[in-house]
Design a protein around this ligand. Structure first.
Ligand code: GDP
Length: 622
C-alpha cells in the first residue's frame, strides 16, 4: 500500500511547468514528489513510502534493469511515480549554488510520452538478427542490403552506418547492422531498448547451439517478438524438422503446430525464402501496431558513434519520435550539440529523418555512448545549460563512494517478486565442456531459500557486453580459466560489477555456495535480558519518565524494550534514557530503581512491565 510521502522539502525551482523562484517551486501538494538528480532508488522509494524492492519490481515491469546505485532517468522516475498516483518533478539547482539556472524550457530526455492518437503515424519496425556464430546472421543482413537497396541514388553504394532500411511492399523495415545479442543487451542496459523484432537465425545443418539459447533468453527477457529464420536450407545436410523440434523444447513452437512463433526456411546464399522472411517481419510489424508522432519533440537513440577523419565526431541514431532536422540543437548524454548534417544509409545527405529511420548525425560536441538518447532542445543555450548540469551531476556521482552492497540489494530486490532470493550468474569458461560441468554442479546446490540461475553460460572471454548485461540484470560474472578483456575490466570497475575468476572447479562451486549463503537474510533472534516494573510516573518538561524497579535480569540503555500491559505489548522500541537518580547510566541490575524513557512513548501506567531485550542477527545456512 502506498503511504503519503512526506511533503517535499523547500526546493529550488523545478523544471518543467515551474516557477521561477525557489520558494514558488516548493509545493504543499502531497502528491507531488520533487527530487534533485541523481535520482537514486532508495530516495525515490522513501518518498513514495515504499521499499527499494518495490521500485525494482516497477522497473523490471518497465523493462529497465538498473544497477542498485545507478541513478534513474527522470522520465522513468516520473512513470513510477505516476503508477503510484504521484506526480514527479525534477528539482533543478539555482544560481546561488553555482550552477546554471535552467528555465522552464528543459525537455528531459524522456519520455516515451503518450502522444495524442490522431498524431500517431505508422513507423517501420526495428529488427535485430541474433543467433549462434556462423549460422548466417551477417549473410542475411548482406543479402537484404544487396538485394533490396537500390544503388543509383546519391552515393550509390550502401554505407555502413550501423543500420539500414529496406522497402518491402512500400513498407520500410529497419535492420540493425550489428547482429548478435551483444549490442542488443548493451543498448538495453543503457536504457535504449529500440528493437521491435528479433530474427533468430538457426543453421538448418547445425541446429540449436549455445548462442541460439542465449539469444532466445535475451529476446524473451526483453519480451521481443521472435521470428525464426532457419538458414542454410540449401545444404543437403539441412534438417529443418530437427531445428523445429529443438526450438519447441525451448518454448518456440511454430504456428504450424499450434504455437505462436513464425518460422521461415531460408538460404542467405540462394535467396530461397528471403522474401517470405521479409513478409513475416512486415506482418509482425503490423500486429505490433508500431507508431510514433513525427511532430513530437525529437528523440533518437545512438546505435553507433565514431570519429571520422574529415567529418569529426559522428553518431548514427535511430529516430524514436519526432523528426530530426538539420539545425536542431540537442542534448545527448552529458553533451550538447547541433545537427549540422544528416547522412542516410546510402550515403546521401538529407534534410530530415522520420521515426524508425537510421541516420548519421554530424554535429556532436563529444563522442556519445551507444544507447544514449539524443533529445531535441529549443535553443543551443538551453542545450548547453543542461549539458553543464549533467556534467556536474556526473562529477558528483563520480565523487560518491561507490560501495555496492550487492548481495543485500539483490536479496531485497528479488525476494518480493518471486518469494525466493535469487543469485544470478553469468558464467564464462574456456571450453563448452567446463560450462556444462560447472552449470550442472552449481544447479545441484539445493536450497529452499535461494535460487541460482544462469543469465548466460558460454565459452569465451569475459567481454564488455557481459559486464553490461551483468550490470543491467544484477548478475555476478564468474569466469573459469578465461581472460577478461581490457575494456571489460574498465567497465566492470565503472559499473561496480563483480567479476570472480577461478581455475579450480571446486573452489568456484564452494564460492558460489558461499555467495548463496550471503544472499540469505540473517535471522533475528531475540533474547530477553530483564524486566522492570513501572512504580511511579514522573512528569518532565517534555514528556514523561517511568520510575521503575528492576525485577529480574538487567535493563540496558542500548537495548530494545517493550511495554507490556495486562500481558499485551503496547509499545515496542528502543530505550532513550536510563537514569539512576539524576545520573545517566548504561545498565541497572535486579532490585535497583531507575528512571526509564522509551523513544517518544509517554503513556506509562503504574504496573506496566518494561521488558528489555536484545536482537542478534544469526546467519542462515542453506
Ligand atoms: P554469422 O557468424 O552468423 O554472421 O555467419 P555468417 O553470415 O558469417 O556465415 C557463416 C558462413 O556460413 C559463411 O561462410 C557463409 O557464407 C555461410 N552461409 C551463410 N548463410 C548460408 C546459407 O544460407 N547457405 C550456405 N550454404 N552457406 C551460408
Amino acid at each position: 500500500m502506498v503511504k503519503a510521502p512526506p511533503p517535499p522539502p523547500a526546493a529550488p525551482a523545478t523544471c518543467g511547468t515551474v516557477a521561477d523562484t525557489p520558494e514558488e517551486a516548493s509545493s504543499d501538494d502531497p502528491k507531488l514528489i520533487v527530487i534533485k538528480p541523481p535520482i537514486l532508488i532508495p530516495e525515490l522509494a522513501a518518498r513514495l513510502g515504499l521499499k527499494p524492492f518495490h521500485i525494482m519490481a516497477d522497473l523490471i515491469k518497465l523493462g529497465v534493469f538498473p544497477a542498485p546505485n545507478q541513478p534513474l532517468e527522470p522520465d522513468i522516475a516520473a512513470r513510477i511515480c505516476e503508477s503510484h498516483g504521484f506526480t514527479f518533478e525534477r528539482e533543478k539547482r539555482d544560481k546561488d549554488k553555482g550552477f546554471h539556472k535552467i528555465e522552464e524550457v528543459i525537455v528531459e530526455p524522456v519520455a516515451p510520452v503518450k502522444e495524442p492518437e490522431d498524431l500517431l503515424k505508422d513507423r517501420p519496425p526495428i529488427v535485430t538478427i541474433m543467433g549462434h556464430v556462423d549460422h548466417g546472421k551477417t549473410s542475411i543482413l548482406d543479402f537484404f542490403r544487396k538485394s533490396k537497396i537500390t544503388s543509383g541514388e546519391a552515393g550509390g553504394i550502401t554505407q555502413h552506418i550501423g543500420a539500414y532500411q529496406v522497402i518491402h511492399n512500400h513498407q520500410e523495415i529497419t535492420f540493425l547492422d550489428t547482429p548478435g545479442h551483444a549490442i542488443f543487451s548493451d543498448m538495453r542496459a543503457r536504457g535504449a531498448d529500440i528493437t521491435d523484432i528479433v530474427v533468430l537465425t538457426v543453421a538448418a545443418n547445425d541446429g540449436v547451439m549455445p548462442q541460439t539459447l542465449e539469444a532466445i533468453k535475451h529476446a524473451k527477457n526483453a519480451r521481443k517478438t521472435i521470428i525464426v529464420a532457419i538458414n542454410k536450407c540449401d545444404l543437403p545436410s539441412a534438417n529443418v524438422q530437427r531445428v523445429k523440434s529443438q526450438l519447441a523444447e525451448h518454448g518456440l513452437q511454430t504456428t504450424d503446430f499450434g504455437g505462436d512463433t513464425e518460422f521461415s526456411e531460408v538460404s542467405a546464399v540462394t535467396g530461397q525464402g528471403m522474401e517470405t522472411l521479409l513478409e513475416l517481419i512486415a506482418l509482425q510489424a503490423e500486429v505490433l501496431e508500431l507508431k510514433a508522432n513525427p511532430k513530437a519533440t525529437t528523440r533518437a537513440a545512438v546505435i553507433e558513434a565514431r570519429v571520422v577523419p574529415g567529418r569529426g565526431t559522428t553518431a548514427t541514431v535511430i529516430v524514436e519520435s519526432g523528426t530530426l532536422k538539420v539545425g536542431t540543437p540537442f542534448i545527448c548524454g552529458p553533451y550538447a550539440g547541433k545537427v549540422r548534417s544528416l547522412i542516410n544509409d546510402r550515403g546521401a545527405t538529407i534534410k530530415s529523418a522520420h521515426p524508425g529511420m537510421p541516420v548519421e548525425v554530424i554535429g556532436f560536441e563529444e563522442l556519445p555512448n551507444v544507447g544514449d538518447h539524443l533529445t531535441e532542445m529549443k535553443t543551443e543555450r538551453e542545450a548547453k545549460a543542461l549539458a553543464n548540469e549533467r556534467q556536474e551531476q556526473q562529477r558528483l556521482i563520480r565523487l560518491k563512494p561507490q560501495h555496492r552492497t550487492r548481495m543485500e540489494d539483490l536479496f531485497s530486490m528479488v525476494r518480493d517478486v518471486s518469494g525466493k532470493a535469487q543469485l544470478k550468474l553469468i558464467l564464462k569458461c574456456d571450453v563448452q565442456g567446463s560450462v556444462e560441468a560447472i552449470k550442472k554442479a552449481v544447479l545441484a546446490i539445493e536450497s529452499e531459500k535461494v535460487e541460482c540461475s544462469f543469465i548466460t553460460a558460454a565459452a569465451g572471454p569475459i567481454t564488455e557486453s557481459d559486464v553490461a548485461y551483468a550490470d543491467s540484470t544484477g548478475a555476478i560474472i564468474v569466469g573459469f580459466n578465461v581472460k577478461v578483456e581490457a575494456k571489460a575490466v574498465k567497465s566492470a570497475k565503472a559499473a561496480v560489477v563483480e567479476i570472480k575468476l577461478y581455475s579450480v572447479v571446486y573452489e568456484l562451486i564452494d564460492q558460489v555456495r558461499e555467495a548463496m549463503l550471503g544472499l540469505l537474510e540473517p535471522l533475528s533472534r531475540e533474547t530477553v535480558i530483564g524486566h522492570a516494573e513501572v512504580r511511579q510516573i514522573f512528569k518532565l518538561t517534555r514528556g514523561r519518565a517511568a520510575g521503575s524497579f528492576v525485577t529480574d535480569g538487567r535493563i540496558h540503555r542500548k537495548a530494545h524494550a517493550r511495554v507490556i500491559r495486562g500481558g499485551v505489548p503496547v509499545f515496542d522500541g528502543r530505550m532513550s534514557t536510563l537514569r539512576r537518580f539524576q545520573e545517566e547510566v548504561e545498565e541497572v541490575r535486579t532490585n535497583f530503581e531507575c528512571g526509564i524513557r522509551l523513544g517518544e512513548f509517554n503513556e506509562y501506567l503504574e504496573g506496566d512491565i518494561i521488558e528489555c531485550y536484545k536482537l542478534d542477527k544469526i546467519p542462515q545456512t542453506l
